[in-house]
Design a protein around this ligand. Structure first.
Ligand code: FES
Length: 114
């Protein structure tokens, strides 16, 4: 019998159920904790995106911010983020990206891979 070699870093992603896609309307956000990570899920013009939910400035929960198109504004000091990439688009200093996760929709149910 031949065993398949798996490198120790070959860690599989876990697919985590978020909920019904229809419950997150256009321009709306929700947040979940999955795999020990705080994750924000947003609906931008009918497409779903997931990023980290913690601002890398000093830790605000980004789902409490304002979503305008694909631009998310941090509720504490106004940093701006591209929700489709998890990258900062504006702040007086450089901040680390908030991260991005893959979202899938299956039979109307949203999943995120963490
Ligand atoms: S905590 Fe987000 S900009 Fe300061």
């Amino acid at each position: 019998m031949k065993l398949k070699y798996r490198h120790p870093k070959d860690v599989r992603m876990a697919k985590v159920l978020i909920g019904k896609a229809s419950e997150i309307g256009e321009g709306k956000m929700t947040h979940v904790t999955a795999g020990g990570k705080e994750i924000l899920v947003a609906n931008v013009e009918g497409s779903y995106y997931a990023t980290g939910n913690v601002c890398t400035h000093v830790g605000a929960e980004l789902h409490e911010g304002e979503l305008n198109g694909k631009e998310l504004t941090c509720p504490w000091h106004g940093s701006k983020w591209d929700i489709t990439t998890g990258s900062m688009t504006w702040f007086p200093q450089k901040l680390r990206d908030i991260g991005k996760y893959k979202v899938t929709v299956e039979n109307g149910t949203l999943y995120v891979e963490v």
